[in-house]
Design a protein around this ligand. Sequence first.
Ligand SMILES: Cc1cc2nc3c(=O)[nH]c(=O)nc-3n(C[C@H](O)[C@H](O)[C@H](O)COP(=O)(O)O)c2cc1C
Length: 422
Amino acid sequence: MNEPMTLGWFVNYMPTGWNRPWAGPDPRAWTDGSFYVDMAKALERSCIDFVMLEDSSVVPENFGGDMVAEFKATVKAPKHDPLPLAAAISQETSRLGVVTTMSTSLYPPDRLARMQATLDELSDGRNGWNIVTSFEDLAARNVGLEKLWEHDERYLRADEYLRVTSEMWSGTDGIDFDGRYYRVNGPSAPMSRQERPVLCQAGGSPAGMDFAAEWADLIVSVPVGIDAMKKYRDGIRERIERSGGDPDRCRVLYMVTPILGETDAEAAAKRDRMYSPESDNFLRRIVQLSNISEIDFSTYDLDAPIPSDATTNGAQSILDTMKRLTEGSSLRQVLGSTGESTSLDLVGTPATVADRMEEAMEIVGGDGFLLFHGGGGLITRRYLDEVLDGLVPELQRRGLARNEYAEGTFRERLARSVPTGG
Ligand SMILES: Cc1cc2nc3c(=O)[nH]c(=O)nc-3n(C[C@H](O)[C@H](O)[C@H](O)COP(=O)(O)O)c2cc1C
């Protein structure tokens, strides 16, 4: 590889590992944001390109038909809003990209355009928007809709939504947009340093990939395994080429949860404990799967594959991956041996894991990784340190991760590579 990877960190603004060992002295202090601000500073110290703040706005009832398992497992609730946290992070950091998640199905476009422009100014050109269309009908009800639109229609609406917000960000005095779904007459958003946020997206279905290829500067994805990773990236690049664009204008990152140890055997034992069906994490993972697929897995036989006729109006590509993985096996077996949202199993010493990341990027031709603490684990400083103090320096020594930030805005830095000290 001749340029360092792009590295991001995906995080929820919700309880940290409050009820687990290694929770730290202040596990209940997550609500004041200080844990996350500290985390952002640590990411910046390690020259991570950006932090991505996840969002959803529901207490799901998908598992068991009520909220009991959800609160027990703390998968999607309780949760704070990521936007004020992004503002706080941007005041305490100076180089890290700060990406917030906002849904095109839940925010009016003029509100979103202004909030994103304001965050861009507060961060002096380090702002990004993770564009999602949401998949929970409960979220729709919170904003006065009966239910969400059908999966592919959400992306058609999102496409028009991006045309509206692009006009708002372009700095004309006022806009007069009259489309199929949106009519917006109004003042534009204030001009911001990057003009528009770095656009991030995670579409995995054909409609989602069409949308991502059309708009995204940065794609975060979880195709599982080298072949699927390559196929996904090729699919995005083909789409961009077909519409006459330059495929290198968009970076494709893969979500991973590295599990690190002093030795490979120690890391493997850690993985077995973390994924064990007997561990506390297991409920979190099943509930999470219910949330993203809107399928009540409490009524399913966990010792069987996911039925091939299971469908969802939620995150289709993630359900399809789980169906494929459980074929000829069972949900309990699959979740017992691998992460539910990880493109590659990265288990071992920092050197072993760096080897695997290097090899994957060489074969896939991808642009980097989105790190996150998956496997049902809640984030702790200990996990953060293992990655930032163990794995990242190993990548830096090999010239695979940057050890200094380039000048410029988040978008300019993404477009350019920085030679590392290697
Ligand atoms: C890395 C990653 C992060 C995501 N973050 C969010 C999020 O914060 N909020 C949300 O509602 N959906 C989130 N999603 C779901 C995606 O927006 C999308 O629905 C999903 O990848 C399935 O793709 P599809 O909609 O094309 O089927 C995320 C997905 C991935 C892979």
